[in-house]
Ligand binder design. Structure first.
Ligand code: UD1
Length: 435
């Protein structure tokens, strides 16, 4: 993992071309690591990416008493004697994983403390759905200034209606209900591929989970789970980001290792913008020899256009001919990275209104969640500080087509979520000097 002071000087280097292999997704690997806490024996996760969030999660698991070993893309997690019930405060604010550890720690030790969660500064990112779900499952939960404490001699099944199909809250229910006593029914559950992937891993561990077509998941608790092994499917966020990197620079990146069904809406969006897409069982490639058209895109829950794709899309919009509209409907404050792109010459205006699609739940709020983007913008090299992981990647994309080199600060954000980005960009022909 790189230090927080690392900077990149990015030199515009012409069209980015080449082959990129994506590993398992950041948003699945860490959840599988937490699931492994529930097994009586060792679990192995394969095709794991080398991202900062894995390092943080491994350190948290070790801090509560699990043995974690890593060998390339393989992570093995095993119970290792007596477990601690507290995740140390040193992990405060590093990522969103501690909240997911509450259920497994409760099953293991009857009590749990996790420090305040962090992650990207997008929206308030509250944890109220997680807390309500745990209470419904019978835990006593107290939220304090430093973190959350929970107690339960045994969790029991419950009926849980999520106010919004939250990925994290659905995962909390899965990770807590699989070993609870009796049946849990969760309605309005998230159906993101990474959630389903976690459910499949838990099933391999011996959990009884039924997925229904109407966002309903039924879980019959079992007293014990065993360790399991799973190969993670390729990261759809990373795959889209590199396809966009090729298009933005008028090059062509061929992405290997991400199943097409995970990218269906992204691919259609790029095709509507005029990109030429080729898809085989092994790879997907996108190019735009005659330029791109603008589009109006609303982010949404799966299978809609995912919110983590919007930052690379925003830079792509600046290179399409005409006015595009982006409407973020999942997080109320996910446009915090726009000032960094504006500094690099991106012509983006933001609005506290629902533009370019149906009104969303932020309609009557002051949330700045829509943007109008003018293309083709002439981008300029700049000195910018990256606020979060996806925004960081987008700034690299903007820097790649700027008129002069850029200095990007806060590179650790990119390395928290992308597998070896320095090497990957280098292999596509982008010149980056580390500082
Ligand atoms: C996960 C992903 C993130 C992705 C997001 C949506 C990880 C580490 N992160 O985030 O990359 O963008 O799914 O696909 O897997 N909400 C509440 N209360 C809660 C929980 C959520 O109000 O207790 C709201 C959030 O503020 C947001 C919406 O629900 O508006 C969706 O959040 P959620 O799906 O939970 O996102 P994460 O799991 O945090």
């Amino acid at each position: 993992m790189v230090g927080v002071t690392e900077t990149w000087q990015v030199e515009p280097s012409g069209p980015l071309r080449g082959d990129i292999g994506v590993r398992g997704s950041k948003n699945a690997v860490t959840k599988h690591m937490v699931a492994a806490m529930l097994g009586d024996g060792p679990s192995t996760i394969r095709n794991a990416p080398e991202v900062g969030d894995v390092d943080i999660t491994a350190a948290m698991l070790e801090a509560v008493g699990f043995a974690v070993s890593r060998d390339g893309g393989e992570i093995t997690i095993a119970p290792n004697g007596k477990l601690e019930s507290r995740v140390p405060a040193a992990f405060t604010g590093l990522n969103r994983i501690p909240i997911l550890m509450l259920g497994p720690l409760l099953h293991r030790t009857g009590e749990a403390f996790v420090p305040l969660v962090g992650g990207d500064p997008i929206g308030r990112r509250p944890v109220d759905f997680h807390v309500s779900a745990l209470r419904a499952l019978g835990a006593e939960v107290e939220a304090g200034p430093d973190g959350i404490t929970a107690r339960a001699t045994r969790l029991h099944g419950a009926r849980i209606d999520l106010p919004y199909p939250s990925v994290g809250a659905t995962e909390t229910v899965l990770l807590s209900a699989v070993r609870a006593e009796g049946k849990t029914v969760v309605r309005n559950a998230a159906t993101e591929p990474e959630v389903v992937e976690l459910a499949l891993f838990l099933q391999r561990m011996g959990a009884h989970i039924e997925l229904s077509p109407d966002r309903r998941i039924v879980i019959e608790g079992v007293p014990r789970l065993r360790g399991a092994s799973r190969w993670l499917a390729g990261d759809r966020l990373e795959a889209f980001s590199y396809l966009a990197a090729g298009l933005i620079t008028r090059g062509e990146v061929r992405v290997h290792g991400c199943p097409q069904d995970r990218l269906v809406t992204a691919i259609t969006t790029l095709a509507k913008m005029g990109a030429q897409i080729d898809i085989t069982d092994e790879w997907i490639t996108a190019s735009a020899p005659s330029g791109l058209r603008p589009a109006a895109v609303s982010t949404d829950t799966h299978p809609g256009f995912m919110t983590d794709w919007q930052q690379p899309l925003m830079v792509l919009f600046t290179q399409a001919e005409g006015m595009s509209v982006l409407h973020e409907t999942v997080f109320e404050n996910r446009l915090v990275y726009v000032p960094a792109l504006q500094k690099m010459g991106c012509e983006i205006e933001t609005f506290a209104a629902c533009l370019g699609g149906e009104a969303c739940r932020f309609h009557d709020t002051n949330a700045v969640h829509s943007a109008v983007i003018r293309g083709v913008s002439k981008l300029v090299g700049a000195d910018v500080t990256l606020p979060d992981v996806r925004a960081g990647f987008s700034a690299v994309l903007a820097a790649a087509v700027a008129d002069r080199p850029s200095v990007l600060r806060g590179i650790h954000h990119i390395e928290r979520g992308y597998h070896r980005p320095f090497d990957q960009f280098g292999s596509l022909g982008l010149t980056i000097h580390r500082g």
